[in-house]
Design a protein around this ligand. Structure first.
Ligand SMILES: [Zn+2]
Length: 296
């Protein structure tokens, strides 16, 4: 027989550890409850493929997140929450489950200091990597999933117009689904990022148009919002310099929203401040893959 008093007590005890966090883009506060033994196992089984891993993480985040007025249907959760808010959820899940990133090494930036080469160690708590400037609140009037920002790049006699956006959780997973594990490894080795240039472009825009740059041009304006067409366009036709100019303008507009998780420690020898930045997605991936103690 199931002892319900036992489970009731246990569920009360475990709910104490919920972590409150703010989602800067959709501007809501949520509570995230910790991973339990069963969750950890289901994560491990999905580690063979990045897209399944991401899907599992998203499912877990959906399960563990409580909004002020209850839970959100899954479809709304992935389409109405930005991929940047997801990082705040990962932070909260990480904190409620583990509390700490463990002991980390800090290298002093002063060349003649003994800790320039021989790092000092400090434990880094999840609470300590949130700083005043970690999150930037969404500044536009329209909610992010309805907002798009047009970026025009003239090149020779053509104007490339991109409808750029802040991707949702669903957008990110959709692009991830176009990456095979082999391509992902190749991307990581060559550029140190998950997505190729073409994939990042497809993630950051919802539609693209080409038109002539002068009055007498014989190019009729055409556009697409079809993901496959966009990917083919980036892979085969759009000049590289156009993508570079696009990314520059995109970053001017949106880069401020990417959260900075970092901690600053004083060097015990010379007092110089040492800043360490953390990529929480990577940290969480490693932690759920290897467990504690091997994360450095
Ligand atoms: Zn020093």
């Amino acid at each position: 027989m199931i002892n319900s008093e036992f489970l009731e007590t246990l569920s009360k005890v475990s709910s104490v550890k919920k972590t409150m966090t703010a989602l800067p883009i959709i501007q809501q506060q949520v509570q995230v409850s910790p991973l339990v033994v069963g969750d950890d196992l289901s994560l491990r089984t999905s580690l063979t493929s990045p897209v399944f891993y991401d899907r599992d993480i998203v499912k877990l985040l959906h399960q563990k997140t409580e909004f002020v007025d209850g839970s959100l249907p899954y479809e709304e959760f992935v389409n109405r929450i930005s991929n940047i808010d997801k990082l705040s959820l990962i932070w909260a899940l990480f904190k409620s489950t583990y509390e700490t990133l463990g002991e980390r090494q800090f290298y002093c930036p002063k060349e003649n200091c003994n800790h320039a080469k021989d790092p000092f160690k400090k434990e880094v708590l999840l609470d300590n990597i949130i700083q005043e400037d970690t999150f930037q609140v969404w500044e536009e009037e329209a909610p992010f999933h309805e907002y798009s920002f047009q970026i025009d790049i003239p090149y020779k006699e053509v104007i490339y117009s991109f409808m750029s956006r802040l991707p949702s959780i669903a957008n990110n997973n959709q692009i991830l689904a176009t990456v095979s594990t082999e391509i992902l490894q190749n991307n990581l080795e060559k550029t140190g990022t998950i997505f190729s240039r073409a994939q990042s472009m497809a993630l950051l825009i919802s539609a693209m148009q080409i038109s002539g740059s002068s009055e007498g041009s014989n190019i009729n304006p055409v556009q697409t919002n079809n993901l496959q067409e966009l990917m083919m366009a980036f892979n085969s036709y759009v000049p590289f310099t156009v993508s570079e100019e696009f990314l520059e303008k995109y970053n001017e507009k949106f880069e401020k929203y990417i959260p900075n998780f970092y901690t600053v420690e004083k060097c015990p020898t010379c007092g110089e401040e040492v800043r360490n930045d953390f990529d929480l997605e990577v940290e969480f991936f490693r932690r759920s893959l290897f467990g504690s103690g091997e994360s450095q």
